[in-house]
Design a protein around this ligand. Structure first.
Ligand code: GLV
Ligand code: GLV
Length: 328
C-alpha cells in the first residue's frame, strides 16, 4: 500500500497537498478498473468522485485504508460495507452549504419567473417590445416554501427564502418526522414552521428537496406525491436525483399535475429522462451546486487533507465513519 489513487484531478491546492503526502497516481477508472485497483494492494487511499461506485463486493475485496470522496454526499459508497471492512470514508462538509443554497434559490427564482424561457425568447429575436402579458410568472414573496429536510443546506435555503419574504415550512426527516426543539431551531425559532410531510406536500408553492439519498428517501417524490401537490406548485431538487421518480415527474409536468421543476441533479445522472429537456417549464442545471471557484478549492483542500491524513496513518479531519478507523 504505497500510493494514493486519484480518479480525477482536483483543483488547487488539492494536488499539491496530495503530492506532498505521498506517491500520487491520477487515473480515470471504470468500475472494473476501480475494483482491480482497490484489490491490488497498491493503494492505501483513493481520492474519489461521485461517479465512482464503491459497492459491497468491491469493498470486501479491497485492500485500502481509506476513501476521500470529493463531495459532501457519499451515496456512491456503501458505508456499512466500508465500516465492516475497516475502510474509513471522508467527505467535504460545510464548505458548499451556501453555494448549494444559492442554486436552490436560483432555481426557485428562475422557474417562478421563467428566466430560461425568457432568455431563449430574447436570443431567438422574438422580443419586439414591452407587452402587458409577456412571460408572466409567479410570485416568490408571500408564497410557501416547503423544505424536505432541515440540515445545513436546507437552513441556508431558508435564510435566503426569508429574505425574499417567503413563508418557510419544513419537515426534518421526510416522510417521517422527528422532534426539533427551539434550541435546535436557533435563529429560525418563530420564523419557520415545523410541519408534517403531508402538509409540506399539499400546501407548498415551492417544494425544495434537502435530504440525503437513502432507502427512506429513494423516490420520496413519486406519482402519488406529485398528484397531491398543488397544480401551481414548483419542485426544486438540488439534493440527489433518485429522491425523485423522474419518469413520474416528466409525466406530471406534461399533464400539468404540477407547474414546473428546477433540477440540478438527475435520477440516472448524466442521463436525462425524456420529456424534461423538451419542456419550457423546466430549468435544468448540470449538478453545479458546489461549482464556484472558491468552493471547489475549499473542497479540494478538505479532500486532500483527509487523504493525506489517512495516507500517513492518522484519522482524517472529516470522517463519515470514524468507527472504521483502525490505524490504516
Ligand atoms: C455534491 O453533490 C456533493 O455531494 O458534494
Ligand atoms: C448537507 O451538507 C446538509 O447537511 O444539508
Amino acid at each position: 500500500m504505497t500510493a494514493i489513487l486519484v480518479t480525477a484531478d482536483i483543483p488547487a491546492p488539492g494536488m499539491d497537498i496530495l503530492r506532498a503526502a505521498g506517491d500520487v497516481e491520477v487515473r480515470a477508472v471504470d468500475h472494473a478498473e476501480l475494483f482491480d485497483a482497490c484489490a491490488s494492494g497498491k493503494y492505501r487511499v483513493v481520492v474519489s468522485q461521485l461517479r465512482d461506485h464503491f459497492d459491497a463486493e468491491l469493498l470486501a475485496a479491497a485492500s485500502i485504508a481509506g476513501i476521500s470522496n470529493y463531495a459532501v454526499g457519499f451515496d456512491n459508497i456503501d458505508i456499512a460495507a466500508a465500516t465492516a471492512h475497516g475502510i474509513t470514508v471522508a467527505n467535504t462538509p460545510g464548505v458548499l452549504t451556501d453555494s448549494t443554497a444559492d442554486i436552490a434559490m436560483l432555481l426557485i427564482l428562475s422557474t417562478a419567473r421563467r428566466a430560461v424561457e425568457a432568455d431563449a425568447f430574447v436570443r431567438s429575436g422574438s422580443f419586439t417590445g414591452w407587452e402587458p402579458e409577456l412571460l408572466l410568472g409567479s410570485d416568490v414573496s408571500g408564497r410557501v416554501l416547503g423544505l424536505a429536510g432541515f440540515g445545513r443546506i436546507a437552513r441556508a435555503t431558508a435564510r435566503r427564502a426569508l429574505g425574499f419574504g417567503m413563508t418557510v415550512k419544513f419537515c426534518p426527516r421526510p416522510p417521517a418526522d422527528r422532534v426539533v426543539s427551539d434550541s435546535e431551531l436557533g435563529e429560525f425559532a418563530g420564523r419557520v414552521e415545523h410541519t408534517s410531510w403531508d402538509e409540506i406536500v399539499t400546501n407548498s408553492d415551492f417544494l425544495s428537496l434537502h435530504v440525503p439519498l437513502s432507502d427512506a428517501t429513494h423516490h420520496l417524490i413519486d406519482a402519488a406525491v406529485l398528484e397531491a401537490m398543488k397544480p401551481s406548485a414548483i419542485l426544486i431538487n438540488t439534493a440527489r436525483g433518485p429522491v425523485v421518480d423522474e419518469a413520474a415527474l416528466a409525466t406530471a409536468l406534461r399533464a400539468g399535475v404540477i407547474a414546473a421543476a428546477g433540477l440540478d441533479v438527475y435520477e440516472r445522472e448524466p442521463a436525462l429522462e425524456s420529456g424534461l429537456a423538451e419542456r419550457k417549464n423546466t430549468v435544468l442545471l448540470p449538478h453545479v451546486g458546489s461549482a464556484t471557484v472558491s468552493v471547489r478549492s475549499e473542497m479540494a483542500r478538505l479532500c486532500a487533507d483527509n487523504a493525506a491524513a489517512m495516507f500517513s496513518g492518522t484519522v482524517p479531519p472529516h470522517p463519515v465513519n470514524p468507527q472504521a478507523w483502525t490505524g490504516g
